[in-house]
Design a protein around this ligand. Sequence first.
Ligand code: GLA
Length: 449
Amino acid sequence: MTARRGCARTVAAAVAAFATVLAAAACTTVGHRSGPAASACSDLVASPTLAPPPVDPEWPVMGFDPYNTFGDSADQAEVVGIVQVMARNGMRDAGYRYVILDDGWQGSRTAAGQITADPGRFPCGIQRLAAYVHAEGFRFGIYTSPAPRACSGRIGSGGHVAADARTFASWGVDYVKLDWCGSDYSPSGAAAIARTWRAALDATGRRIILSINAGGAPSVGLWARLSVNSWRVGGDICGSWYNQTRPPSSTARACYNRQYDEGIYDYLTSPGVQAQEALSGPGHHIDPDMLEVGTMGKSAGGQDLATYALDLAEAGTNFAIWAMWSAPLIAGNDPRTMDGADLASRILLNREIIAVDQDPLGRPATLVVRQGGWQVWRKPLVGGRTAVAVVNLADSAAEAFFSWAELDGSGQPATVSDAWSERDVPVDGRGVRVQVGAHATAVYVLTGR
Ligand code: GLA
């Protein structure tokens, strides 16, 4: 955590406390037709109402979280606007079903110890918002921390685990993102926290997915796979190809810290991620953090630019390899800017790559070739098919030939489909010649022999 962010967090906490006082009466006007709160709450009526599908922890979660675009400042109007767009722009239908509130939603605790939302940002409360999200056909997720303070400085759940779990369940929460700032990162301490949360959520009787960020150490996966649905395997993602390994691009998004924040290349080449990928399976997935597909670059002064943080090739690699890893696909762009032909639409709505992520076999990908600037990842799919991803890590376009033995571990497949174009490609008896742009990834789905 950088000093810069810590400062923003203190200010945010003070603003939240002040807003609690100012807006205490706002939600008492819900249902009336006058006043700012009434008009804000009249947005929370879904039309037509659609039941969300049941929560199934077996699959990697797909959804949206505002953090990569909005930091910890998202509010009800933004979330509602985004839900409306996702219900109509193809995202909901493609499987992006979880709408998750990240850090920054919290207000204060009541005298009785009940956690509440920041009434300035969420004037109608979380229960009302969750009901709206459900009625639009989505599931609803929320952020908290095991410590008394969350990473933003707003309140966490420390000392209130059982009560907050009950509150979340009563609000209709389907997914909890449990962050770790100020908590115990030791393997035994962190594992105990995760088990306590799992038990508290189970005790509510509601099915709730638990996603944790207990740091990116490889030791986390060893215990986390037994108790939680997904666990972070690295620091905060940032919108840049490089950050830790080499300096970030000049328009990188949120690459504050060269040790903690990770670019796409850093994640791809992380030995800890490669080791932990083997621990994933149905119901327990690695989490290399949320997608940077379609997030905007930032100027040195912190302003959003009109250019993307990752180019088309890099964003495609972010998406394709997260899918190969059976990782959660949590969009971090602003879906309101998607128009069907932009970078985010072209990548996030690719059905063949989504199907690789959501494959019912739930088998992890393995790195089968690491040679020069190339990586080849292989993931077995249901029905004897195989997904193969060829990544060009180099800073310029390259060409190479890979034999079927290298790609598939066996002989010539019957059919080969290019996942990006969603078209079959001619099958050569020996293997495939790939031409891949700088930082891009070719993805093939191979059917049996
Ligand atoms: C940490 C997490 C992020 C985000 C922020 C919110 O940095 O890793 O994903 O939730 O906290 O403050």
